[in-house]
Write a protein that binds this ligand. Structure first.
Ligand code: CP
Ligand code: NVA
Length: 298
């Protein structure tokens, strides 16, 4: 039994297989043989979501299974039933658990007490499902990321952390440009070694890159810091001038939701180099491949 709490829970070979399978499932339309008929996915959310919820729920339905949307406020988890007890109960009834919360530690606790695979649908530290879709999108638009250069411009947050892991696992270089005080976690940088470089200036990071990527400056749960963050990140917006520093065929990615005029201009995200709608759609196909990988009968 395997869990998917961070990208590095899987080997490079497994990740590449899942991404290739996602591309194949997408070409096929749906999982014709309904491999997950009769199986259920419990989806626990303590935070909002559009893409993660809809992609997992739709993916389970296409595979012939069923997904349960469990907002923490509507379950006993929201009345302090322990994570361990919740994991024991859900995993007696369901075939997999997906959880979005603000604690990687609680997700690990859930995995320890669960009899079924636990999937991280976003935590304070990682967003591994997003990176499956992002790697699929990069493959589809420009071929294998191996040996290429991506530039992360913005907050050293959960999504950035999963990009850092992806760099080492998929064999590309990630340049991270962020303001002082908003750097990614030191242990993840150390583990990534020479795959990741920290740069202070957005333009240095963007120079000659194959891909520019960013995320909101204010993640869920950080709303009270918004004003301070908008000021701190003012030199880290991806606009047409920054995009022009990258390779002429560079692509732009963003996990969404976007704040046009903050981390990226409308001109870039709605422009010809942006692949964000394919990226959002690929959450569906990548997670179908993930569910198949985790739940297939051995
Ligand atoms: N990118 C992403 O995870 O989107 P949602 O917050 O809408 O799920
Ligand atoms: N960094 C963002 C990602 C949302 C998908 C957040 O944590 O809110």
């Amino acid at each position: 039994m395997r869990h998917f709490l961070k990208l590095s829970d899987f080997s490079p070979d497994e990740l590449r297989r899942i991404v290739q399978r996602a591309i194949a499932i997408k070409a096929d339309g749906i999982g014709r043989d309904r491999p997950l008929a009769g199986r259920t996915l419990a989806m626990v959310f303590t935070k909002n979501s559009t893409r993660t919820r809809v992609s997992f729920e739709t993916g389970m339905a296409k595979f012939g299974g069923h997904a349960l949307f469990l907002h923490a406020d509507a379950t006993q988890l929201g009345r302090d039933e322990p994570v361990a007890d919740t994991a024991r109960v859900l995993s007696r009834m369901c075939d997999a658990i997906m959880i979005r919360n603000d604690s990687q530690a609680d997700q690990e606790e859930m995995a320890r007490y669960s009899r079924v695979p636990v999937i991280n649908g976003l935590s304070d530290l990682h967003h591994p499902c997003q990176l499956l879709a992002d790697m699929q999108t990069w493959f589809e638009h420009r071929g294998d990321p191996r040996g290429k250069v991506a530039a992360w411009i913005g907050d050293g947050n959960n999504v950035c952390h999963s990009w850092i892991e992806a760099a080492a696992l998929f064999g590309f270089t990630l340049r991270v440009a962020c303001p002082k005080g908003f750097e990614p976690a030191k242990d993840l940088l150390a583990a990534a070694g020479s795959s990741v470089e920290i740069l202070r200036g957005a333009s240095f990071a963007a120079n000659g890159a194959d891909l520019l990527v960013t995320d909101t400056w204010t993640s869920m749960g950080q709303e009270t810091e918004q004003q301070r963050r908008v000021t701190a990140f003012s030199d880290f917006q991806i606009d047409a001038a920054l995009m022009a520093r990258a390779k002429p065929d560079a692509i732009f990615m963003h996990c969404l939701p976007v704040h046009r005029g903050q981390e990226v201009t409308a001109e870039v995200i709605d422009g010809p180099q942006s692949v964000v709608w394919d990226e959002a759609e690929n959450r569906l196909w990548a997670q179908m491949a993930l569910l198949e990988f985790l739940l297939q009968k051995k």
